[in-house]
Ligand binder design. Sequence first.
Ligand code: SAM
Length: 283
Amino acid sequence: MSGEKWFFEHFDSAGTAFGLRLKKKLEDVQTEYQHIEMWETDTFGYLMTIDGCTMVTSRDNFLYHEMMSHPVLFTHAAPKNVVIIGGGDCGTLREVLRHPGVEKATQIDIDEMVTRMSEKYFPELCESNNDPRAELLFIDGVKWMRECADASIDVIIVDSTDPVGPAEGLFKADFFRDCHRVLRDGGIIVQQSESPLLHSDTIIRDLHANMREAGFSSTQTLPFPQTSYPSGWWSCTMAGKATDVTDFRHADADAKPFETLYYSAAIHRGALTLPPFMTRALG
Ligand code: SAM
């Protein structure tokens, strides 16, 4: 590796790191909220980092964006009004708008610069930004949810950074109480819930507890691979308001009218079965 340039995300609490060999650095911006950098890598295309953490790469973002959107949308009975908190790279928005039954998708990201950078380096993720059903807002998701009308939303997707800094409030019971209030009966929230290997007995377990404390009756974590995130193994956690999130519309998922690279009804079924260590850790 002498003379070669590498990007490493050090995950100090786990004593691990993930690296990508670099071609060159492209952008370095400090916004009011976070430090955004863009790199060109040798084998993963473009890489966006926020505060030194890997957010998106051209090569493997499909794993995350598909699993943050299709399981929850095929679990809800008939999702029409969807809200994405975070998601500034717009990949989740693109997946949500593949569902013809979705009538409105509102994306609320605190930092407009993330979207502007994504438009420049990940235009393929932004191809649905001008869909008439899409609305992009640049404000704090915690504040937006606090001010949102009761029983007005079908699905909330929290596609945020890790539970530190501006995203910390998005993992707290108060936020989930607001989410519970603004969801219609049958509504579902899904949140990116970090690494099954590293966080089952901390962040993920606490997420289930906070969601249930907020009044959600059913919660479920779905693990999935995510190469460029710490441990290479990630997850999303769903919570249902007066609805069961441990089953989904199998036939509709099997007959989905759009192509995917990772998500399928079989993958969804498999992800609902947690390994024993996770079942034990989540109690
Ligand atoms: N896939 C990434 C992950 O799992 O870490 C998340 C991608 S997305 C880029 C994360 C977004 O969350 C960022 O654009 C950031 O600006 C946004 N964000 C963080 N805190 C927020 C808040 N309080 N309200 C709205 N968006 C927030």
